[in-house]
Design a protein around this ligand. Sequence first.
Ligand SMILES: [Zn+2]
Length: 251
Amino acid sequence: MCVLCPDSTVIHTDKSQPASKSRRSMMGFLGAMPLAAAMATTGVQASTNVPKPQNTLTPDEALARLMAGNERYVSGNSQPVNFANTRAKLTGGQNPYACLLSCADSRVGPEYCFDEGRGDLFVTRVAGNFVTPDILASLEYGTAVLQSPLIMVLGHTSCGAIGAAVSAYTKNTAFPGHIQSLTTALAPAVRQAVTDKSSDLIQASTRINILQNVRLLQESNPLISERVKAGKLKIVGGLYHLDTGRVEMVS
Ligand SMILES: [Zn+2]
């Protein structure tokens, strides 16, 4: 089945696959990547000569490191950043220890809020932090090829995209250009919040959207779901609080 289709029973042939454009792009992406990374997709062990060997972690270790970084950020003890001392080393490759699916909001900066540098986080972003075909392909690359052991879906408080989706759902508000596509994508979360009779629709929809997209990724065949089942990959949900900077685990 295709986890990106509203009808979960849909099975696509290659020619009818709605994500075919992305999949073609992905094939080009794979074709352009280093041999060691390409070998990783076939189960052959990747080279251990990685730019940041300290990033080779288990899923639980990766989550602990991510949250420890957030604690430093919240408490004002972020580590000083020196861009020059890792620049050359990272030209040879990357092995980020965590992938993020974050909102595009300018107030949410994953590298800042987890106190990390370049080469540590593989970050995908879209307003409303939901899975699209291209986001999925990117996260497949981050996990199946780069072998990152963790994905966090990162929502945040006072999200404008969620607010727009609630307005579109409850008041039929129309938005210009392509913005309406964001509200359409987020409608399932709002619908669930309405069904649950939540008192604060924006807060509830924000949390439900995180949970729905965590589940969507966990069930995404074949690359991500296989790694989850094998214990090589954990997918969690986080909620970034704009006022404190703290990331609250929601799944
Ligand atoms: Zn947002």
